[in-house]
Design a protein around this ligand. Structure first.
Ligand code: GLU
Length: 323
């Protein structure tokens, strides 16, 4: 009897051991990857959500989680510290991060690597119509949001103002608000204008223009030429008429590129799998936001400002878009 009990106990403990062992190996097999994205009412966030979904449907071993953030500058720092495995950010900021450009970066973000270029982000200055701001110079003495903390937008605001001989000190009030807040502040008249470097059609701008009469302030003429000469990542761009309620003509401005990046420490096989899954499922990216349509294999390297991750490189070589 005693012997039987002993055998039964032994069988039970072996079974229990096997159960825990199986559960923990299953957990260990699943790899967690975080993407630092951007503003909830921007374009990075919905696109990162689409990438997470693609992984969920096609890469059973990888779970991608999405974090919202101030965006580009904050995201580059998250890559440096290892608090994010991947990030979406502007190509200009990514390059400045790699080089450790001061004052935004106190040291080089040496481990930032490119996965793919995504789409064009336009520098858009949205102003309340009743603030009578028609040019950048008219922003003098106004209450202006220069972008969320940690954004690439703020850096672009400094660069744009500089070629107009202006500084943040020229504003009556300088705000650093999340994009959701700046939209609310514009709607209820707590600010007159807000800078956004973001894909045209971002929810925040669309929503503001639906609620209050707004204009997009042009960046053009000799100032735009100076801007492009000084900062090579800017290209000429147009916010097309009809992009927002009340925008009835094409508005000239400049644009940068949004790119997807990863830490150099990410395994090559994983970076390869994620890159491949994205390009095998472009329809899912398109569905997340209209800007997703700009992502194609042919333009994957357009504006790529940092060295590629070897996993992405392997994929592009296979596809013949890189030697
Ligand atoms: N380009 C923006 C920035 O870094 C973020 C835009 C977005 O979240 O879609 O300032």
């Amino acid at each position: 009897m005693k012997k039987k009990l002993l055998v039964a106990m032994l069988v039970l403990s072996v079974a229990a051991f096997l159960c825990t062992f199986n559960a923990s190996t299953a957990l260990a097999a699943k790899k967690f990857v975080s993407i630092a994205s951007g503003w909830v009412v921007g374009v990075y966030y919905p696109l990162a959500g689409a990438i997470s979904n693609i992984a969920h449907k096609n890469l059973p071993d990888i779970k991608i989680t999405v974090e919202s953030s101030g965006a580009s500058i904050a995201n580059a720092k998250l890559i440096a510290s290892g608090d994010a495995d991947m990030a979406i950010l502007q190509n200009d900021t990514a390059y400045y991060a790699l080089k450790g450009l001061k004052p935004m970066f106190d040291k080089e973000v040496a481990n930032i690597r490119g996965i793919t270029s995504l789409y064009q982000e336009h520098c858009q200055i949205q102003a309340r119509k009743d603030s009578k701001i028609a040019t950048v110079a008219d922003l003098k003495g106004k209450r202006v949001c220069v972008g969320p903390l940690g954004s690439g937008t703020e850096l672009n605001a400094v660069q744009i103002l500089e070629v107009y001989g202006m500084k943040f000190d020229d504003f009556a009030k300088v705000e650093r608000l999340t994009a959701t807040e700046s939209s609310d502040y514009l709607k209820d008249g707590r600010i007159d204008a807000a800078f956004y470097s973001v894909g045209v059609g971002a929810a925040g701008l669309v929503d503001t223009a639906m609620t209050v009469d707004c204009v997009i302030v042009p960046v053009d003429g000799s100032q735009r030429d100076d801007l492009m000469k000084k900062h090579s990542f800017f290209t000429k761009a147009v916010v097309p008429k009809g992009a927002y309620k009340g925008v009835d003509t094409d508005i000239p401005t400049v644009a940068v590129m949004a790119i997807l990046a990863a830490r150099a420490e990410m395994e090559e096989a994983m970076a390869y799998q994620i890159t491949k899954a994205i390009f095998d499922n472009l329809k899912d990216i398109e569905r997340a936001h209209a800007k997703g349509k700009e992502l194609t294999l042919a333009t994957a390297l357009t504006g790529m400002s940092i060295p590629l991750h070897p996993g992405a490189e392997k994929f592009y070589k296979e596809k013949g878009i890189m030697k």
